[in-house]
Design a protein around this ligand. Structure first.
Ligand SMILES: [Zn+2]
Ligand SMILES: [Zn+2]
Length: 367
C-alpha cells in the first residue's frame, strides 16, 4: 500500500474514530506542521491519554527525514509520551481517568511468540512501534506529537508519584534503553565499575542510573569540554577522552562493563581494553558504519559483545519506579509545539542538553 493511500484510508478503516491535533512531517524535509489525525475510540482494552509532554528522541529525527528509508508519511513521531488518562475501556483494571501514565516505543506485539510469552515483547518480530508502524488492524500508528493517544492497557505504564512528567517522559525510551541492559548484564551492582561511552540523551541517564545503583562510573567521550559537566554536575567518578592515550591507559582493565551509546570510532579495540576479564560491552546505539572487532580483543579476556534494544513493559515500569525512588530524571529543554522545527535543527547538530521535550499539553493548538 502506498504511504499516502495508507493515510487516506485510515479514516475508512476506523468507523469508530475521532479527530485529534498532531504535528506531522509530510516528506523527507522533515518539516513539522499541524495536522488533524484520526484516533480510534476507546476500545474495551484501551486507555485514552491526553498527552502533556513528549520527548524528542533521535529516532524521531531519523524517521521524519526518512533517513532509515522507512517513513510512512505523514509521520507523527514521538515515543516518550507522558500524559493523563481521560477514559478507559471496560476491561481495563490497572488505570482510571486522572492517572498519570507513560507510553514508550511500542504499542502492540503478537502477544503469542516466545519473546512475548517470556516478557521480552520488545524483541517480538511482529512488534508495532508507537509511530510509523502498521498496527494489527492495518492502520498506521501515530505517536506522541499529538494531543491524544489511544493505547492498549498492556503497553501503558504508570507514572509514579514524585517523577515529574516532563523530565520523566524521556525515560520511556532513553531511560529503559540503558536501564534494561544494565540490569540484565549485572551492571547494576554496588561497587562495580561501568563505563559509559557518549554523553548524550542516553549516556546522561546511564550515568544517573549507574550512580543510583551505587556503582563507580566513568564517562568515555571524544569531547574534553564535557569533563566538568560529567563529573561535577552528573556525578560521574571519572572522565576519559577516548582519543587521549594516557587517559585511556589510566582506566585499562578496570571496567565490569561498558554501555556504548555512541561509538565514534569504528575500531572497538581500545574500548575492549578497558574491560576486566569477562567484562561486557553492550551496544545500545546504532552507528552507521560497521564496527571493527578483532577476535583477539574478545577471546583472550573472555569478553562479551552484546546488543540491547529498548526494554520490556515490565522493565519500563520497574525503571520508572526506580527512577522515582532514587530521584533519577532526564535533563530536558522544554520547547513549545511551534518551536519543534528549531529543536530538530539543534538536535541534528547535537546541540541539546540532553533531551528536548515538547510541552504538548500547553502549546499544541490550532492557529
Ligand atoms: Zn527513542
Ligand atoms: Zn510476539
Amino acid at each position: 500500500m502506498a504511504p499516502t493511500a495508507a493515510a487516506a484510508e485510515q479514516q475508512q478503516l476506523l468507523p469508530q474514530a475521532r479527530k485529534a491535533l498532531g504535528l506531522a512531517a509530510h516528506d523527507a524535509s522533515g518539516h513539522l506542521t499541524p495536522i488533524r489525525i484520526t484516533r480510534r475510540n476507546t476500545g474495551d482494552d484501551d486507555v485514552s491519554i491526553k498527552v502533556l509532554y513528549c520527548g524528542i528522541c533521535h529516532s524521531d529525527l531519523h524517521t521524519i527525514k526518512n533517513e532509515w528509508r522507512n517513513a510512512i508519511y505523514p509521520v507523527v513521531a514521538g515515543h516518550e509520551i507522558a500524559g493523563v488518562v481521560t477514559e478507559v475501556g471496560k476491561n481495563v483494571a490497572r488505570f482510571k481517568a486522572g492517572d498519570n501514565v507513560g507510553v514508550g516505543c511500542m504499542v502492540n506485539t503478537c502477544r503469542s511468540c516466545e519473546s512475548c510469552e517470556e516478557g521480552s515483547e520488545n524483541y517480538c518480530s511482529r512488534i508495532v512501534f508507537t509511530y510509523n508502524s502498521v498496527d494489527r488492524d492495518g492502520t498506521v500508528t501515530y505517536g506522541g506529537y499529538s494531543e491524544l493517544v489511544v493505547v492498549s492497557e498492556r503497553f501503558v505504564v504508570r507514572f509514579p508519584d514524585g517523577l515529574p512528567l516532563d523530565r520523566g517522559a524521556p525515560l520511556l525510551c532513553a531511560g529503559v534503553t540503558v536501564y534494561a541492559p544494565m540490569k540484565q548484564h549485572g551492571l547494576s551492582e554496588p561497587g562495580k565499575h561501568v563505563g559509559v561511552i557518549g554523553l548524550g540523551g542516553l549516556g546522561h541517564v546511564a550515568v544517573k542510573f549507574a550512580k543510583a545503583f551505587g556503582m563507580k562510573v566513568t564517562v568515555i567521550s571524544t569531547s574534553p569540554e564535557k569533563r566538568q559537566e560529567a563529573v561535577e554536575r552528573l556525578g560521574a567518578d571519572a572522565f576519559v577522552v577516548s582519543t587521549n592515550a594516557s587517559d585511556m591507559k589510566s582506566v585499562m582493565g578496570t571496567m565490569h562493563g561498558i554501555i556504548n551509546t555512541a561509538c565514534a570510532s569504528t575500531s572497538m579495540h581500545p574500548y575492549f581494553a578497558l574491560l576486566k576479564p569477562k567484562g561486557k560491552m553492550i551496544l545500545v546505539g546504532l552507528p552507521e558504519k560497521p564496527l571493527q572487532v578483532s577476535a583477539f580483543a574478545l577471546v583472550g579476556g573472555g569478553k562479551t559483545l552484546a546488543g540491547s534494544c529498548m526494554g520490556s513493559i515490565t522493565d519500563t515500569q520497574e525503571m520508572m519506579d526506580f527512577a522515582a525512588k532514587h530521584g533519577v530524571a532526564a535533563d530536558v529543554e522544554l520547547v513549545r509545539a511551534d518551536e519543534v522545527n528549531t529543536a530538530m535543527e539543534r538536535l541534528a547538530k547535537g546541540d541539546v542538553r540532553y533531551r528536548f521535550v515538547i510541552d504538548i499539553g500547553n502549546t499544541l493548538k490550532t492557529d
